[in-house]
Design a protein around this ligand. Structure first.
Ligand code: C5P
Length: 240
């Protein structure tokens, strides 16, 4: 198997509060992006990581990755390309830098710095074993309610349904794809003007099949300030 990973890291991450772009925020003194790239490079399957950086921050990101000696480490090459206005555009631009010799492409958010290598391996293996698209996922702790529009601004939203929790999963990254499948759905989405929050969603939209492998609670996404507190605690436990 020859796998490449695309890491969209061109977002600002404003929900985390003011400061540096989210991918460059530090966890245990090391940028989230560096953690995420290391987690991918740890997988034997991954030979190339394409980091998609903010357009005005490409040189800075390249210098950062070099500072941590990531290029060539663990037998994994690192490329840095400029991103786009949306996550989807950033992934498409990253995918364009993946050579045709690669058969499996993983897409991993820089905002999931602590994903265990077993999850990365399981996703890549499931694609190599024949799936066209694979997502790691975990059961939900919370019951989920579907809500409708409020009767008037400022009024509470009415609950309109309660999906059966046992059939729901929270989806993480890396998501894995056969390269040509991911290319095809991104090309179609560009032509159709479709914007999706995750890549597997594009595969579903265009009639492909997506399967689930077990995710991991430590692969959570660092979105809000509390997530950073939790991530620091997980890292401290790993280091002790
Ligand atoms: O905003 P959100 O947390 O959903 O972003 C998910 C990932 O997509 C982040 O790693 C972010 O840096 C990336 N992204 C990007 N280009 C954008 C917007 C988000 O690469 N224009």
């Amino acid at each position: 198997m020859n796998a490449a990973a695309v890491v969209p890291a061109a977002g600002r991450g404003e929900r985390l509060g003011p400061g540096a772009p989210k991918a460059l925020r530090e966890l245990g003194g090391v940028p989230l992006l560096v953690h995420a790239v290391r987690a991918l490079a740890r997988s034997r399957a991954v030979t190339l990581v394409v980091v998609v950086a903010p357009v005005d921050g490409t040189a800075r990101v390249r210098a950062l990755l070099d500072q941590y000696g990531l290029d060539g480490h663990d037998g994994t090459a690192i490329a840095v390309v400029p991103g786009g206005d949306t996550r989807q555009e950033s992934v498409r631009l990253g995918l364009a830098a993946v050579p045709a010799t690669v058969d499996v492409v993983l897409v991993h958010d820089a905002a999931r710095p602590l994903v265990p290598v077993d999850v990365v391996d399981a996703v890549a293996r499931a694609v190599a074993d024949g799936a066209e698209a694979v997502v790691p996922a975990v059961p939900l702790a919370d019951t989920v309610k579907q809500v409708g529009p409020a009767a008037a601004p400022g009024r509470p939203e009415p609950v309109v349904g309660t999906p059966d929790r046992s059939t729901l999963r929270a989806v993480q990254t890396p998501q894995g794809f056969r390269r040509e499948v991911l290319l095809r759905v991104h090309e179609k989405a560009l032509l159709d003007g479709v914007d999706a929050t995750d890549d597997a969603g594009l595969v579903e939209r265009y009639g492909g099949s997506v399967v689930v492998v077990p995710g991991h609670e430590e692969a959570f996404k660092v979105t809000r300030p509390l997530d950073l507190v939790l991530a620091e605690a997980v890292l401290a436990r790993r280091r002790s």
